[in-house]
Write a protein that binds this ligand. Sequence first.
Ligand SMILES: Nc1ncnc2c1ncn2[C@@H]1O[C@H](COP(=O)(O)OP(=O)(O)OP(=O)(O)O)[C@@H](O)[C@H]1O
Ligand SMILES: [Mg+2]
Length: 496
Amino acid sequence: MSTSWEPGKGTASSSGDGGSRSQPGASATSGPTAPPSSNKTLYGRLQEGLASADPRTEVLDGVRERAHRRVISELGPVFYNNLVDQNELRARVARIVQAALQAERTPMSAAEAARVAQSVTDDVLGFGPIERLLHDTSISEIMVNGPERVYIERNGKILPTKVTFVDEAHLRHVVGRIVAEVGRHIDESSPMVDARLADGSRVNAIYPPLAVGGPFLTIRKFAADPFTLDDLVGFGTLTPQVGELLRACVQGRANLLVSGGASTGKTTLLNVLSSFIPPDERIITIEDAKELQLRQRHVVSLESRPANTEGKGEVAIRDLLRNALRMRPDRIIIGECRSGEALDMLQAMNTGHDGSLTTVHANSPRDALSRVETMTLMAGFDLPMRAVREQVSSALDVIVHLSRLRDGSRRVTHVTEVGHMEGEMVLLQDIFAFDYRSGADGAGRRGQLRATGIRPHFTERLADRGIHLDPAIFEPQVGPPRVDGRSYSSTAGWLK
Ligand SMILES: Nc1ncnc2c1ncn2[C@@H]1O[C@H](COP(=O)(O)OP(=O)(O)OP(=O)(O)O)[C@@H](O)[C@H]1O
Ligand SMILES: [Mg+2]
């Protein structure tokens, strides 16, 4: 890979400790409103970044910086030489760092010295400045918008960090290293990579000319311990009642569609729903990049494959779905429907593979239906719209819609039953709907998911399968009274 290496100038580094040392926040220098500092030296940027650090951290950062400089000046372009054996390089870096630390006059505990050594090694050998962000379990997502702008998501909030790359060449080098780990290659002629790292994290990288002002790198970290229903209830994403309803739907083999905007938690909810599938059923999951983490033992995971650089070898979700139907599945889970596979999915749901689950990108339950209709047409058959709608209405039972509220929280805002056709339209009925006006819940979160009072038809089918739901789940609740004594009923509105 070509780089703009300049001896003595570039030192692969991050300014400050980013995510692990301090909570990245509005004071960060590389935030969206920060002036571009590309014409400043690394040390200038370091000084800025360290302005608010505590004195001890500042001292250790100084030590780190000196060790770093020594490694870079002694090894220099060796880092970019792909022929050098990585183990040998690691050993050489470790020796130089040790020598640099021994030459330090700064008193340090053994633990501090080890931390400094680790961070220098990470910077020069691992994934550079973002290595530490990758190890920080409180961070769920890392977004790199160029060498100077690195954002993270922590606790549902997107925050700028102080982490920076030396320059664009350094960023490209790290991106190249990340995608090379999964046997992929990225450059101007093949400028897009979407892949999964060995630890399960999902990586997307996109280069100019497709990415104006890029390269951009987005990493959705693998949740070592995926969220459970209790976690989602704890976050306020859904209520225990809705959790029970969804569990009954999955166990009773209802066909479920999870819908929502980008990053609203669709895959996470799909994973939770999948966990309700009884362990004696054969489950086949089909995804672009494997994200689902099922606990059941009888699971077959299939992953699609993009075309190679010659445009050959593509295996689409649709191909995998057709293959899956020949694998005697009890349940089929498609990570996300994006195209013509929607038609095959509906047909499978209508022909005995009920209890299937999938997600779709949409802004409301009604929008989810029209997305499914559009995708069905993408299968390339000239189907009349009425026929498509009939397929949709007889295949799907429930849409669970997720939204991200302004406070960053992810909430189920609708649980909607897909009914029969009425005229040209598919009937949709909300069983639960989010009431933005209702006051804070026990945990101080505004708005609540409330029963609308409508009892869905599919409960009868669930009852046929031996799954009985407490009718109280569907009863409209009256919210807690406000200061003025009024409370909200999900059917009658504001009550005196
Ligand atoms: N209910 C939730 N509460 C808090 N965080 C959540 C919740 N659900 C998901 N997350 C976090 O939000 C991020 C996005 O989640 P997820 O991948 O499930 O979203 P998605 O809607 O499938 O995104 P995409 O549109 O990219 O497919 C992840 O980091 C995940 O850990
Ligand atoms: Mg997803």
